[in-house]
Design a protein around this ligand. Structure first.
Ligand SMILES: [Mn+2]
Length: 284
């Protein structure tokens, strides 16, 4: 009698985590300088805890914004692993007891965070929001299928031919992936949308695997000496592999605010990042 094949979770060693951090030459915030190294330490500790293979070396710079280079890094890891998790260097593991195996379903090529609570918070209809941006590539998983590899290669081919600054220019790998999916909506069925893979810091409840400290060049609001104290406390927590401190909003701001008050690019204050002013301006 034939035995029905039951989808089984991959062995830990079949799961790879890929992340890299590169400090840009034009470096207006502490995001890549302080948060990036913390993320590498924190993600490596998480991988070791569960037996996943961790790749954290930055590839040689191509002169393009670093976000594009996540694609060849993921493709490289897919050559020797069944599943690959990519996490940006602005994402920290907040619930290290959660396992990646729980997100892996062999029926899907990609696994991404369902953005429902984010859209609800910003007042956007969930279906319309997902149709506009079906991808969040800050933290996501890829299964080593031929479709997934081709999808990533095709997205990478959309990389703009030349960028001189190496700095974010608004056209990134996330937009490229979204464009491909919008052109072939039937492929959306290849994405498993899950809850609890990553969270905006302002929406972080218990049990979310990653907290994603997205954004950059926010208004300078927290004085420099306070910034250093907060960052050091978080660095100590990460170094000792302990729980993350509770002042998530102020830490986020310390990472993304401009170091200097008078900076040409200012992307906005607390409300732009879903915070109330007091959450950022007042200490806990
Ligand atoms: Mn990010």
């Amino acid at each position: 009698m034939a035995i029905a094949k039951v989808p089984s979770a991959p062995a830990p060693g079949q799961i790879a985590m890929v992340c890299f951090n590169r400090i840009p030459q034009d470096n207006p915030s502490f995001k890549y300088q302080r948060l990036g190294p913390m993320a590498l330490t924190n993600q490596q500790q998480y991988a070791a805890r569960h037996g996943y293979v961790f790749y954290g070396d930055a590839p040689p710079s191509t002169g393009s914004p670093a976000c594009w280079e996540k694609i060849p890094a993921i493709l490289q890891a897919l050559r020797s692993h069944e599943w690959v998790l990519w996490a940006d260097s602005d994402a920290l593991v907040a619930s290290p007891e959660r396992r990646l195996e729980d997100f892996c379903d062999p029926a899907y090529d990609l696994v991404m965070q369902c953005p429902g609570d984010y859209f609800q918070r910003i007042g956007v209809n969930a279906a319309a929001g997902l149709a506009a941006m079906p991808v969040n590539s800050g933290v996501f998983m890829v299964q080593a299928t031929s479709w997934a590899k081709e999808f990533l290669q095709t997205a990478y081919a959309l990389k703009p031919a030349s960028t001189c600054s190496g700095f974010w220019d608004g056209i990134g790998e996330q937009e490229a992936m979204a464009k491909l999916l919008k052109g072939k909506p039937q492929d959306l069925a290849r994405i498993r949308y899950v809850d609890g893979m990553q969270s905006h810091p302002a929406l972080l409840g218990s049990g979310k695997l990653f907290v994603h400290f997205y954004g950059n060049q926010a208004s300078h609001l927290i004085p420099t000496e306070q910034v250093d104290a907060i960052l050091q406390r978080w660095e100590n927590a990460v170094r000792s592999d302990g729980p993350l401190p509770a002042d998530v909003a102020r830490f986020h701001w310390c990472c993304i605010q401009n170091k200097q008050a008078a900076t040409a690019i200012d992307r906005g204050g607390p409300e732009r990042f879903l915070y109330g002013s007091n959450e950022i301006l007042l200490g806990p």
